[in-house]
Design a protein around this ligand. Structure first.
Ligand SMILES: Cc1ncc(COP(=O)(O)O)c(C=O)c1O
Length: 410
């Protein structure tokens, strides 16, 4: 059994107070807090090893290179990639998705081709494809969710996959887990249909990888994008996984130092994988510290994470449903996320009142405006859980919600 109170002790931020109250952090879908081991790794890197990587022959550079490349191997093993060369470090998941749009897609998407996303997508997995389709005169198709605004659990209407993913489809890009509703997307079914029509599959794992884990070989996706900062690692590190056969054929995304093999005054050729896609000095310190975040995740167990978050979601939904008129979105089986609205009160007001009690929640459209349009709301308030949250955190949030009802005389 996962022990949230024990885990919390590893996270120095929980020693602080907010508005005179102990911090209750329920904004984990935005970014998670960082364990001491990750923070220590940053200090240790800068105080004992700081050097540029790959090109140095001195000890510091060799040590930093080994540490940086060691994390690439760790990430590859963590997601079940065949080899570290299939892992490219970017700034964040968004950049990883843009990398695909500006490289593989430049060479493979043409006028009249179709690109399919779902109605659930975060803007990061929507806007790059909108722009791609505009550049290439391709057609963007949106897989609809089933149900109407009132009963929408965020489930993709899998009965309609054949209708939307047709022979013209070249690329399917879907999220593994909704950042608004916590819905787990049936990737196997979508990938099966994509394979039938020969489309390439991109998975946005920004939420899914931290909550559910992933095995890219078992799933047989072509690309996967995710972010270190949503899984206890530092900001500034994104991960792109791609199958070697695809990455090899793709042109580089950015040009400059380190991504080249040989350069003359007028020409250059490209470095081996994965360095072909890592131009310039990378985010060495944060990648190395991300290795500690992976070790932290490896000390946990995804089945335990899932059942812990399921219990918290069940508890939170039950407590929220006791408030008159409370609108709760998403499925009961949500992976760690509960979105809700207090009738007649803007989510920003709800979040501000909760903040007074030291409770951090998110309010807004969560970078998923098309999904807000489907739900027919401008915004929601969102609690998103992680391994250090417990029922006591929900109770504190619920007590603060009583103030919302008091202040707005509901
Ligand atoms: C589902 C999903 N995809 C993509 C992103 C973008 O991640 P980043 O901002 O780290 O690039 C997020 C961030 O909230 C997300 O929730």
């Amino acid at each position: 059994m996962l022990n949230p109170l024990h885990i919390k002790k590893d996270f120095p931020i929980f020693e602080r107070q907010v508005n005179g109250k102990p911090l209750v952090y329920l904004d984990n879908a935005s970014t998670t807090q960082k364990p001491g081991a990750v923070l220590d790794a940053l200090t240790e890197y800068y105080s004992t090893m700081n050097a540029n990587i790959h090109r140095g022959v001195h000890t510091l550079s060799e040590e930093a290179t080994a540490a940086y490349e060691g994390v690439r191997a760790k990430v590859a093993a963590f997601i079940g990639a065949r080899e570290p060369a299939e892992i490219v470090f970017t700034r964040n998941a968004t950049e990883a998705l843009n990398l695909i749009a500006y490289t593989w897609c430049e060479q493979n998407i043409y006028s009249g081709d179709e690109v399919v996303v779902s109605e659930l997508e975060h803007h990061s997995n929507l806007v790059p494809w909108q722009e791609l389709c505009r550049r290439k005169k391709a057609v963007l198709k949106i897989l609809p969710l089933d149900g109407d605004a009132k009963i929408c659990d965020g489930n993709i209407d899998v009965q309609r996959l054949d209708e939307f993913i047709t022979e013209k489809c070249k690329l399917v890009a879907v999220t593994q887990l909704s950042n608004v509703l916590g819905t787990i997307v049936p990737l196997e079914k979508i990938i099966k249909r994509a394979r039938e029509v020969g489309a390439v599959v991109v998975i946005d794992g920004a939420q899914g990888v931290p909550h559910l884990g992933i095995d890219v070989q078992k799933l047989d996706c072509d690309f996967l994008a995710f972010s270190s900062h949503k899984m206890f690692g530092p900001t500034g590190v994104g991960i792109l996984y791609g199958k070697r056969e695809l990455l090899e054929k793709m042109p580089p995304f950015l040009f400059g130092g380190d991504m080249v093999k040989e350069v003359t005054a007028h020409e250059a050729n490209w470095n081996e994988l994965p360095w072909k896609f890592e131009a310039g000095t990378p985010n060495i310190a944060d990648v190395i510290a991300f290795g500690k975040a992976i070790e932290f995740m490896e000390s946990l167990n995804f089945e335990e994470i899932r059942s812990h978050e399921k219990e918290l979601v069940k508890y939170a939904r039950q407590k929220l449903s006791e408030f008159p008129g409370m609108q709760i979105y998403g499925p009961a089986s949500s992976a760690g996320i509960v979105s809700f609205n207090v009738p007649g009160v803007h989510p920003h007001d709800v979040a501000s009142i909760l903040n007074e009690a030291g409770v951090a929640v998110r309010a807004g459209h969560h970078c998923a405006q098309p999904l807000m349009q489907k739900l027919q709301v401008p915004a929601t308030t969102r609690m998103s859980f992680s391994v250090y949250n417990d029922e006591g955190d929900v109770d504190t949030a619920v007590e603060a919600l009583k103030n919302v009802y008091k202040i707005f005389k509901l």
